[in-house]
Design a protein around this ligand. Structure first.
Ligand code: ADP
Ligand code: ZN
Length: 722
């Protein structure tokens, strides 16, 4: 037998198929160890054949076959080519996406528990062997877990028993169930007419992609789950993506409740062992639904019947590390390969997706009402300029304070949203204007009151809090920009008896960190939840009747064509947390620019108005999707190395531009807005292109220009232009 192998080395020069001879049981999808250029390398078998394709005497044998069952599903070999072509990465890098990282590089980690059992109790022991005798006695009571058994009776006694053939060790594969909650009873709900109609049009549409635009609380989740139930009935499988699985424990619970052990989670917060087990349950066919964040799009499922992407507008669906793939694009490839539906859902679809839906490329399902026609919460705008004029320098408007007091008095819960962690964003010297900055990054340091230190939010570096200004020695230091820690401190001052929880990157540690805070709040162990972006996602807390958005226009002022869209989405999402059950909800939206049109649309939940206006602007100014923003980033530790590569990239693209000036709307090279992150300087060639036709060549330029000292890579319509 012979096999075709992709060697697991991420280098363009070895990005081809190599042939080896192999044992008969080897099959496509297995991982192997092969001799490669004087070393041993890992590889993926992508095909097998009975006869060699060239001189058999020159073909080396595979050294080792890792898998009895192939690790990769057959679909990988088709997707591998598409992904490698599209994002210009070696095929090995494309294949890696389909395996949990702990399976690669020999770190095969099926986790076992070792047990010891008695096999021959009658062998006579020496007189001195008291411990051994005691151990045998213990084993007569049943098999024991090996590690603790050794602790009790001593390693040498246990080894002696094994050597004498008295006892034997055996292994059992350990099943780890992350995030329990399986035993809850599931009672089906009757679908509303709108939900049934949605399901009908998904099933009967001839379009692969279906966009569900449904306001928060309109019952989208129930549609997803019902559709999954349908495809499972047909013997098929499903992938269900959410922006961040740890932020949506309720979604997981619902899935578990309904589908029990058929659902498996793919989630970076799990331990390596848990991750592997869940992956294996999917690969072996035991589990049929993969739920997870963007990387779960690579779930090892065959015979897919549905792919669902909830909150499809969320920027986490764009990968920010190589390969920089768009999850929706990969999902489409998989949906087309499997001939199944891709369902995108959101209360605030991305402008790109909604255009596709209105132009007929996607099917469109509109759910304008909440379940039971429950009203959307009323949004009150608080003008912070007039608050400041009145001498209110606290983070809370009068309106928010009054609403908070009332909510607490009624025994309901409130959520306060502010997308900035720490106590203050910056520390400034009032005498000379000095701002504390990170040594590794070109950003200011945030003050964290709990640890009384300064922290860099880009590289995580910690610094001692300043006693005096290092520039002028002045001692009048001022905090700029309120963060969540200060909000909690101030709230405690205003409402001393209120119980407050905070949820941001500093408070959620460990794999269950999010889950613990959210479930404590869900159990009403706190009255107010203060948090960043992570509290905006699809939580469903019935007692929350007030949401405060402290700095609604923070994201409006980013110099990004999507800042309006982001702001609209954020307000709608956060507001959607309020008044989901019986009581009516309210939202107080604090802003320094109350007249801004984005806020006006958001207050009225006018997605269509927002969308039409946004499309007009994008068209008139030639911004995506009416153009493509393409950025080639160049990063390096040394300025010189970066500049050399930058120059090369720039001239190569400039040559493209000269040959096709029409295609370029904008083209320039410059420092990136943040000039340094984690000790690496950052430069960019930024362009706006009429179409994607030059993209493959720009990717090639980046690959070709990268050196060991400086990395060049391409970003398409990056979510973040810093
Ligand atoms: P969305 O995903 O659109 O935000 P959900 O699916 O979370 O909305 O539904 C909002 C609320 O309505 C949830 O509490 C859910 O349990 C409830 N719900 C959904 N569908 C139905 C139904 N058919 N009958 C009764 N309640 C429903
Ligand atoms: Zn830093």
């Amino acid at each position: 037998m012979y096999c075709q192998v992709i060697v697991d080395i991420a280098h363009s020069q070895v990005d081809k198929v190599f042939e080896y001879s192999c044992p008969a049981q080897t099959c496509a999808g297995c991982r192997v160890k092969v001799p490669f250029g004087g070393r041993v390398a890992e590889g993926f078998v992508i095909g097998v054949s009975d006869s060699p394709s060239f001189d058999a005497s020159k073909i080396k044998p595979v050294k080792y076959v890792y898998d009895e069952q192939p690790a990769l599903v057959p679909e990988c070999f088709s997707l591998m080519g598409s992904i490698a072509d599209r994002y210009r990465v070696p095929k090995a890098v494309a294949l890696r996406l389909f395996l949990p990282s702990e399976m690669r590089l020999g770190r095969v980690s099926e986790v076992y528990t070792k047990y010891i059992k008695l096999v021959n109790p009658d062998i006579s022991l020496g007189k001195a062997a008291k411990k051994q005798a005691a151990a045998i006695d213990d084993l007569k009571g049943g098999d024991r877990e090996f590690t603790s058994f050794c602790q009790t009776f001593g390693r040498s006694a246990v080894n002696a028993l094994i050597e004498k053939g008295v006892a034997e060790v055996y292994k059992v594969r350990r099943e780890r169930t992350p995030m329990p909650g399986e035993d809850e009873h599931y009672s089906p709900v009757a679908l509303t007419p709108a939900q049934s109609a949605a399901l009908y049009s998904i099933s009967h549409s001839d379009k692969t992609v279906q966009l569900i635009h449904g306001v928060t609380g309109s019952g989208k989740t129930e549609i997803y789950l019902s559709y999954i139930a349908e495809v499972l009935k047909e013997g098929k499988t499903a992938i269900f993506l959410v922006p961040e699985i740890s932020l949506t424990p309720q979604m997981l619970r619902q899935l578990r409740r309904r589908f029990k052990g058929q659902a498996a989670i793919m989630h970076s917060g799990l331990s390596a062992g848990e991750r592997f087990d869940e992956w294996w349950r999917l690969r072996s066919g035991e589990a049929k639904i993969a739920i997870g964040a963007r990387s779960a799009i690579f779930a090892p499922l065959e015979n897919l019947g549905a792919i669902i992407i909830d909150e499809e507008h969320d920027s986490s669906y764009q990968s920010e590390t190589a390969p920089r793939y768009s999850t929706i694009e990969i999902a489409r490839m998989r949906a087309e390969y499997n001939g199944c539906k891709l369902i995108l859902g959101s209360a605030t679809p991305s402008v790109e997706s909604y255009i596709c839906a209105t132009q007929g490329q996607y099917g469109l399902i509109e759910l304008p009402d909440r379940i039971n026609k429950k009203p959307l919460p009323e949004i009150i705008i608080a003008d912070m300029r007039s608050e400041v004029k009145r001498g209110n320098n606290s983070p809370f408007s009068r309106a928010l304070r009054e609403e908070l007091a009332q909510t607490l008095a009624e025994g309901n819960q409130a959520i306060i949203f502010l997308n900035r962690r720490g106590y203050a964003k910056t520390v400034i010297c009032q005498d000379c204007g000095y701002v504390a900055k990170c040594q590794n990054c070109d950003v200011s340091l945030a003050y964290h009151s709990e640890e009384n230190c300064l922290k860099c939010h880009y590289c995580g570096a910690k610094y001692h809090m300043l006693r005096a200004c290092p520039e002028c020695g002045g001692v009048h230091l001022r905090y700029g920009g309120t963060g969540t820690q200060r909000v909690v401190a101030d709230l405690k001052g205003l409402f001393p008896s209120a119980r407050i929880l905070r949820m941001d990157n500093d408070t959620v540690s460990g794999k269950d960190g999010h889950y613990k805070i959210l479930s404590a709040f869900g159990r009403k162990e706190a009255d107010i939840l203060v948090g960043t972006q992570m509290i905006a996602k699809g939580h469903d807390f019935p007692s929350v009747t007030l949401v405060g958005i402290l700095d609604a226009d923070m994201s409006l002022h980013f110099s990004d064509y999507r800042s309006g869209e982001r702001t609209f989405q954020l307000i709608t999402q956060v507001a959607g947390r309020s008044g989901r059950a019986n009581e009516k909800g309210k939202v107080v939206l604090q802003t320094y620019s109350p007249e801004n049109y984005i806020l006006r649309y958001a207050v009225n939940y006018d997605y269509k108005g927002f969308f039409e206006n946004e499309v007009k602007i994008r068209k008139a100014t030639n911004f995506p999707p009416y153009s493509l923003i393409c950025r080639v980033m160049v990063t390096a530790e040394e300025d010189k190395a970066a500049l050399e590569v930058l120059k090369e990239v720039y001239f190569a693209i400039d040559a493209l531009r000269r040959a096709d000036e029409e295609e370029f709307i904008f083209f320039n090279k410059m420092h990136s807005p943040i000039k340094k992150i984690q000790g690496r300087v950052r430069y960019q060639v930024l362009m706006r292109l009429k179409s994607s036709k030059l993209l493959p060549r720009i990717y090639d330029i980046a690959v070709r220009s990268s050196t060991t000292a400086a990395l060049a890579y391409v970003e398409e319509n990056p979510a973040n232009l810093s």
